[in-house]
Write a protein that binds this ligand. Structure first.
Ligand code: ZN
Length: 242
């Protein structure tokens, strides 16, 4: 079974379309939240995920779009985009977002946006946070997002601290031994200095993970952001992958 794992799409339809084309024939789509927020296409992105039958979890920006007080902690650009998203989402989009759980145990794997102990807030960036995440989930695989940076953490079969594994394009990570916390990176607003959309292909039989980057028409999303009256910084940062 081959699964495309996506996260932090952030209402960027051209980026999602490029990922769908690049992923090719897969058996399932899993997402780790922040489907909306920042970007100009919340309804279109949700419609596309519905068509794909994607399963996944809610993110802090999805919660903000649904009226959560979490929005008060957002920076001014994110705050403005969240209020804009609240105004433009359709009843269908809202209904789909409302139904997303904070944590999902799916086929023995855990999906969450931030971390299992703090699904909407924690950015996992240290070995101790990654280890704590893996200790809280059943099974050997946890998928998450939120940092917008593609990365893997591994605890070996004999235990010990979590060790960072930098994903490189064209090289698979072997998942057959140990426990893993995998972050596919962001489809719609990468922040690792590479503007291309990031996602992950999981092969459950071969027990491998492959990270992919795919170029998309960034200009199209930038134009739509400006046309919608969203903050200009949300457009310019897409060109830098920051
Ligand atoms: Zn995000």
């Amino acid at each position: 079974m081959r699964i495309a794992v996506v996260s932090d799409i952030h209402a960027n339809l051209p980026a999602l379309e490029a990922v769908i084309a690049a992923a090719g024939a897969v058996d399932a789509w899993w997402h780790c939240g922040d489907v909306v927020g920042y970007g100009p296409h919340p309804n279109e992105v949700v419609a596309r995920l519905r068509e794909l039958g994607a399963v996944g979890v809610t993110g802090n920006h999805d919660a903000a779009a649904l009226g959560s007080p979490i929005v008060e902690w957002f920076n001014p650009d994110a705050h403005r985009a969240a209020l804009w998203t609240r105004d433009v989402i359709s009843a269908e989009t809202r209904g789909w977002l409302v139904a997303l759980p904070e944590t999902l145990l799916h086929e023995g794997r855990t999906l969450v946006h931030g971390s299992p102990r703090s699904p909407l807030e924690e950015n996992v960036t240290t070995p101790s946070a990654a280890g704590a995440a893996l200790d809280l989930v059943p099974g050997a695989l946890c998928l998450h997002g939120h940092t917008h940076v593609p990365i893997a953490w591994r605890i070996g079969p004999s235990g010990g601290a979590a060790v960072e594994v930098r994903p490189t394009q064209g090289r698979s990570i072997d998942l057959s031994e140990g426990r893993f916390l995998l972050n596919p990176g962001s489809v719609g607003q990468p922040r690792d200095g590479d503007r291309d959309a990031s996602f992950l292909l999981l092969d459950l039989e071969r027990r491998t993970a492959d990270w992919r980057r795919v170029a998309y028409p960034v200009r199209e999303t930038q134009d739509a952001i400006r046309k919608a009256g969203l903050p200009d910084r949300l457009a310019s940062r897409l060109g830098q992958g920051r």
